[in-house]
Ligand binder design. Sequence first.
Ligand code: FES
Ligand SMILES: [Fe+2]
Length: 341
Amino acid sequence: MARTKTLPSDFYHSSSVFNQETESIFKNEWLWVGRSEELSLVGSYITTDIIGYPIIILRDNSNDLKAFHNVCRHRAAKVVSTKSGVCKHMICPYHGWKYDLNGKLMDTPKFYANDDFDEDNHSLFKISIEERFGLVFINLNQESKSLGEWFAGFDKVVSNYFDDNLVHHNELRFDVHANWKTYVDNYQEGYHIPLVHPQLNRDVIWQDYTLENKDEYSIHSVPERANSDQPGSFGWHFPNFIFNIYGRGIVFQRIEPLKPKWCRVVYNLFRPKNISEEDFENKEGKYQLEVSLEDQKLIPEIQQNLQAGIYNEGPLSKKYETGVAYFHDLYLTKLNLENNK
Ligand code: FES
Ligand SMILES: [Fe+2]
């Protein structure tokens, strides 16, 4: 039986829980970090921070994507300090150690190494990397299952909507004063649509909202009203990857944990090639932003209350909040915590 109550409120702000999540969840799951088109040329690279780890992603000389921890094997400086670019090799800005595009240490200028130093044992630390739907995913656990296995049936659902005819429209980023789970909880139910999203409520029949929860993902389906070309289908894959069908396009979204009380929400909108940027922005772009801002107004207020020590846990609807229950069940299993339903 699924959970009937939410997670206890301290899960939404405790530093020790946050550290445990990093170890047990985020260091073992596939995390979306960028787009393939940002890395189209040999030597093109991007750097970013993911769950507190600086990383480098690049396209090597064999045209394969590679990912490394952005940490020099000498004295731990960031080897690449720029956000993006194209390079033939990487030179650490601290003492000039040089690495090739496979992360292999090539040169240690004027170093005067001790006898026990072996260049071959000082390559950059590797990270697993794969691509799907024009998106780049990494996994900090090199022993993890493949991205294809991880996606499982979720891949098929997204494939129904994603095709080569889509082009990147824009990226939106918001730092939100809320734990990442506060944001995911909100995503995982349509019960709040009538009061929080008036336009969406005019476009869909929220009472007929259904959820399919399985294989570590949830597919949300809601019938549209006549004369509306909005939704559709939405989907979330544990822990923080989301797709939304919006009218003529598709939106991918991730919810990155930044700190116990802060998350970053990143949206990438894609539109069909034959639709102009302006046309799409005026319709789907505006719509997406409006719905998102409606949620973002509310979520930090919920977070404040989760931290206040007044409320501990609340009941979940067995009809409309099965997605939240499923998320919490999965979450506790991944943390190896007892699930007191
Ligand atoms: S820390 Fe990179 S060369 Fe010294
Ligand atoms: Fe919402």
